[in-house]
Design a protein around this ligand. Structure first.
Ligand SMILES: Cc1cc2nc3c(=O)[nH]c(=O)nc-3n(C[C@H](O)[C@H](O)[C@H](O)COP(=O)(O)O)c2cc1C
Length: 330
């Protein structure tokens, strides 16, 4: 049973007020315009992140029409996450990004995926202190609006704490407005539990507002985490794909989740924004998480994942969802 939430109402990130302090995480292939539109109809959040955007790829995109960067009028604050190495033409990247008037710009320092590391971004940029310093200073010079970073804890090898605090000091030096911390080490992917017990230590080491991320699943988690940790906001990823209404659930709003309608809307918005061919892949990806709402999640996921075309996906989903499938206990 959800109750009214007793957490701070707002977090300030530079000139931006995020209220409530509940934020959608950046997720590649997921937090595109169609999903953000679906969330904006549900509400309950204070800000949304785009997925990580390759700085180099931005050059050739029309940011006002691309589903990765365009935004709807009801989305509220949208922060754009950049995947950069620092060796690109940052001036060109920032001036292009400014055309969509971001509410904030975030630098990805936490992605451990091999292809991102190969491009010297994500955790590879976090690890290379001098390149990180130069890159963040340049970003700060080029962008006076809210500038944030998202990171993990580092490599976890002997002395990681000292290396981490050195970076916290660098973030202060570069006037970073907020830090999102996903407290896992670089090579852990999404294994083990996120180390929430580390948040109070990190808060004690920096004056920059800390946004907690990792395995946050419910109102109870938020109510425990925010006061206990000293973090100023929470960021939610996978649970928001599974339950796009998670933020209003956390706020204690009373509502009845409509699984069938949510699915239909997601498909419609994705087809509108990506076209039928590309939508098929996005819908299959979404189903990986959304199917976990159902007791026979594997059955629904397999039905959708093995369909060879969009028409079959939509027909199979309609039959499954009309059968009033038993829900999981999540
Ligand atoms: C499918 C997927 C894609 C992700 N893409 C990004 C990304 O583009 N940028 C980023 O900083 N983190 C990315 N992440 C990490 C999430 O933002 C988040 O840190 C992680 O999922 C832990 O939060 P959660 O437990 O609430 O899902 C991704 C995670 C997943 C599962």
């Amino acid at each position: 049973m959800n109750t009214t939430m007793t957490i701070p109402k707002t977090v300030r990130v530079g000139s931006l007020s995020i209220s409530p302090p509940l934020i959608l995480a950046p997720m590649a292939e997921y937090t595109h315009s169609a999903f953000r539109r679906l969330l904006s109809e549900q509400g309950g959040y204070g800000a949304l992140f785009t997925e990580m955007l390759s700085g180099t790829a931005l050059h050739s995109e029309n940011l006002l029409t691309s589903p990765y960067t365009k935004r709807g009028k009801d989305e509220g604050p949208v922060l754009y996450q950049l995947q950069i190495s620092g060796q690109e033409n940052l001036e060109a990247i920032f001036s292009k990004l400014k055309t969509v008037q971001p509410d904030g710009i975030d630098i990805n320092l936490g992605c451990p995926a091999p292809d991102i590391k190969k491009r010297k971004s994500g955790t590879a940029l976090f690890d290379d202190f001098e390149r990180l310093r130069k890159t963040l200073h340049t970003c700060r010079e080029l962008w006076s609006g809210p500038l944030t970073i998202k990171c993990r804890l580092g490599d976890g090898k002997l002395g990681w704490e000292e290396r981490f605090t050195r970076r916290l000091a660098l973030f202060e030096e570069c006037k970073i407005d907020a830090i999102t911390l996903h407290p896992r080490f670089s090579d852990e992917k999404l294994k083990r539990n996120a180390r929430w017990n580390i948040f109070p230590w990190v808060v004690s080491q920096t004056g920059i507002p800390l946004i907690a991320n990792g395995d946050i699943r419910s109102q109870r988690d938020v109510q425990k985490l925010l006061p206990d940790s000293g973090c100023k906001a929470v960021m939610i990823g996978r649970m928001a794909i599974m339950k796009p209404w998670i933020f209003k659930e956390i706020c204690g709003e009373s509502f009845c989740a409509d699984y069938h309608q949510t699915w239909n809307k997601f498909c419609r918005y994705t087809i509108e924004d990506f076209g039928e061919e590309k939508a098929l892949r996005k819908i299959k990806k979404f189903t990986l998480f959304f199917s976990q709402n159902f007791f026979f999640d594997h059955h629904f996921f397999t039905l959708i994942n093995t369909a060879s075309d969009l028409k079959t996906v939509l027909e199979r989903a309609e039959t499954f969802l009309q059968s009033n499938p038993k829900r999981s206990l999540f």
